[in-house]
Design a protein around this ligand. Structure first.
Ligand SMILES: [Zn+2]
Length: 394
């Protein structure tokens, strides 16, 4: 049996606002055995247990990045890089990027689109202990319409029969969820534009039902306001981007946002650490986008944290840059930590992570300083456990 006792100035047990000062976490065989005041946990651990003490440090649940693309390299043209790459070379690049994620404190990463199901291979190698990295949830090739957004990843489907066949294949390849490009996207030249639907409401219902038949939830890339409505009605688990696009700009729908909140659908409003540039590029739509996020917050929407790491400018080592966008919008630090941990775990249907509690997976992050008073403390990663496995950032 392998055990480890971690103690620090503060332990964020989650959810928001729940913490223990001068606290400790006891981990045994990859699972959290006890959490609480240091003296109590020390008694449970017994005198011979190996321990690490982090004076001035905060212990919190490992971070969850709900939206990454390990196959993309964050360069200006990741599409060509992916489409042309030899699979072995691509996989090595993905392994390196997974290491960057865990060094940034990410213990769970949901990959929302790769090719040849390489993220499944990587997921299994990390789970087996061969490579350092976060636990990966893999969507493999996203479903998209012929000529649609990210079709080069191999998931183009037109007819209902093709939808059924593709989802079967995704399941057989070992995916953890299904990703659908429900609307167009910015990355793919020649495809439908961002506000344009790529699937009908009936097709989206079929996709959710087929995925459910294999026990899989659906993550929907949805920029267009009509598409968002169709995805909610179809019963997707998470909405990616959710940017309320219409041809003339943005059209936010507060009643629909309330429905999203009531159904506990996670909204992953992906931004990279480069969000200032992103807002500049949005031009006249920037204010409306920021306003839509504030209104969704008023509606009680379950926000979850995701970087879209891999797309141009979205790095694998700048998780905190994305969180700072929400701080800029007036979200509180405890609320932001929840987006990155307990809320993301709920939306991704992970019952064994996202909080520090006895019986959960030992996904634990230790940072210098206190993220509740200074969010940038999350940049100062001292120690990470993923499922009990130790990782010290380089
Ligand atoms: Zn994406």
């Amino acid at each position: 049996m392998s055990a480890l006792l971690l103690s620090g100035s503060r332990v964020l047990v989650g959810p928001a606002g729940e913490f223990v000062d001068d606290g400790a976490v006891l981990v045994e065989d990859g699972v959290i055995r006890a959490v609480g005041p240091r003296q109590d946990v020390e008694r449970v651990a017994g005198p011979g247990t190996p321990r690490r003490v982090f004076p001035g440090g905060t212990i919190l649940p490992g971070l969850i990045d709900s939206h990454v693309h390990l196959a993309f390299d964050s360069s200006a043209d990741p599409l060509t890089a992916v489409a042309d790459a030899d699979p072995a070379k691509l996989l090595l690049g993905m392994a390196g990027r997974a290491q960057q994620l865990v060094s940034a404190g990410v213990t769970t990463a949901r990959d929302l689109g790769d090719r040849d199901a390489l993220s499944v291979v990587l997921r299994d190698a990390i789970a087996a202990g061969t490579l350092a990295g976060p636990r990966i949830l893999a969507a493999t090739s996203p479903l998209t319409c012929p000529g649609g957004h990210c079709g080069f990843l191999g998931g183009e489907v037109g007819t209902d029969a093709e939808i059924r066949e593709r989802i079967k294949r995704v399941a057989v390849e070992g995916a953890d969820l299904v990703k659908v490009m429900a609307s167009g996207g910015a990355l793919t030249p020649g495809g439908p534009r961002m506000w344009e639907p790529q699937f009908t409401a009936a097709q989206l219902r079929l996709i959710v039902a087929q995925a459910a038949g294999y026990g899989l939830g659906v993550a929907a890339h949805a920029h267009g306001t009509d598409t968002i409505a169709h995805c909610v009605e179809a019963g997707v688990r998470t909405l990616e981007h959710c940017s309320w696009r219409v041809e003339a700009g943005l059209r936010y729908d507060h009643d629909l946002a309330r429905e999203i909140a009531a159904r506990r659908i996670g909204v992953c409003r992906c931004v990279s650490g480069d969000w200032r540039l992103f807002l500049t590029q949005l031009g006249p739509n920037a204010d409306a986008l920021v306003d839509s996020i504030r209104r969704m917050r008023e509606a009680g929407v379950l926000f979850i944290a995701g970087t879209d790491a891999g797309v141009p400018g979205a790095r694998f080592d700048d998780y905190v840059g994305m969180l700072e966008f929400f701080a800029e919008l007036g979200f509180g630090n405890a609320e932001i930590v929840d987006m990155a941990t307990v809320n993301a775990a709920e939306a991704l249907d992970l019952r064994d992570t996202g909080r520090l509690a006895a019986g959960l997976r030992a996904d634990v992050l230790v940072v210098r300083g206190d993220p509740l008073t200074d969010l940038s403390a999350l940049r100062d990663v001292e120690f990470v456990l993923t499922g009990g496995r130790a990782h010290v950032p380089a």
